[in-house]
Design a protein. Structure first.
Length: 299
């Protein structure tokens, strides 16, 4: 059985075809049309081309930056605003003449790493995206746990836990609230925090980590604050979910020092002061989202 996964991003739409073992059979990408009808056309073209090349039909799963509302059946909460207000899964299903499953891209990441990635063999996987923003997804037995409101795992938009006095109302999130976790532990938040105290401004987390390697005091202090905030944030999720494993993705997941330092810091904040929850780097890298979309149709 072939499974097609579609990663519907703001700049590109990528398709991957997987067989039952998770082996990749085909991959193709197109630029994302920034309108709804063009997006439907592009996805259908990718699927049609792949099926012609492979000589058979397959299931279709799509990962999107946002969610399909369980109440209206329409897309919301994404930065690809041309999708909003449309029943993407139903419209694609009608065009492709089959059922199409659509899930948040962070949920797809969690599913990918749960099925055959860094969380394989674990029952409850919490997938974390530490990139431009902060995303999260929950996979239980290799399947998405979206919740009744379709927003399970959205830890980026809860307040930073155990806040210090200087952190209160220090950052306003795009969602309209102050002091969301995303404001502090995203790559963007890391850069903002460093630039507040530095004369020489940086544009990326990689820039800061290079300065850390050079022994820069301001960069080192910013990274210490980042690690402590990450530990607080993950500890609060461990207190709620107690996942079997936490898998990190996004640009900041490539910072090796996180995996060396973070496990010891979690015990400061997890209730009971004991914590053996593994925090690991993703296995599939930038392919996790598109692979997870394919695995929305499980074995």
């Amino acid at each position: 059985m072939i499974r097609f996964g579609i990663d519907l991003g703001g700049t590109k739409i990528e398709l991957v075809a997987l067989d039952d073992t998770g082996s990749e059979l085909y991959r193709q990408r197109l630029a994302t049309p920034r309108n709804y009808s063009g997006t439907l056309d592009a996805i259908c073209s990718l699927v049609s081309t792949a099926e012609n090349v492979l000589g058979q039909q397959g299931t279709v799963g799509v990962g999107i930056p946002g969610v399909v509302s369980p109440f209206t059946g329409e897309v919301k909460n994404g930065n690809s605003v041309w999708l909003h207000g449309h029943p993407l899964d139903k419209d694609l299903g009608q065009r492709l003449n089959r059922q199409v499953r659509v899930a948040n891209d962070a949920n797809c990441f969690a599913v990918s790493e749960a099925v055959d990635g860094a969380g394989a063999g674990k029952r409850l996987v919490f997938g974390v995206i530490l990139g431009t923003g902060v995303g999260g997804g929950i996979a239980v037995d290799g399947k998405v746990h979206a919740g009744g409101n379709g927003i399970a795992g959205e830890w980026g938009h809860i307040p930073l836990p155990w806040m210090r006095p200087e952190e209160f109302r220090s950052a306003k999130c795009f969602c309209g609230n102050y002091d969301c976790t995303e404001c502090y532990i995203s790559g963007t938040g890391f850069v903002r925090d460093y630039n507040l105290s530095a004369e020489r401004k940086v544009v990326s987390g990689n820039d800061i980590m290079q300065l850390v390697a050079e022994g820069d005091e301001l960069a080192t202090a910013a990274f210490e604050r980042f690690l402590d905030r990450l530990a607080r944030s993950l500890a609060s999720m461990i207190n709620i979910l107690d996942p079997d494993v936490i898998v990190l993705g996004g640009g900041m997941s490539n910072v090796d020092a996180i995996y060396e330092r973070l496990p010891l810091m979690l015990t400061q904040y997890v209730v009971g002061k004991e914590c053996e929850t593994p925090v690991v780097k993703n296995l599939h890298g930038s392919s996790s989202g598109v692979r997870g979309a394919a695995w929305l149709w499980p074995l």
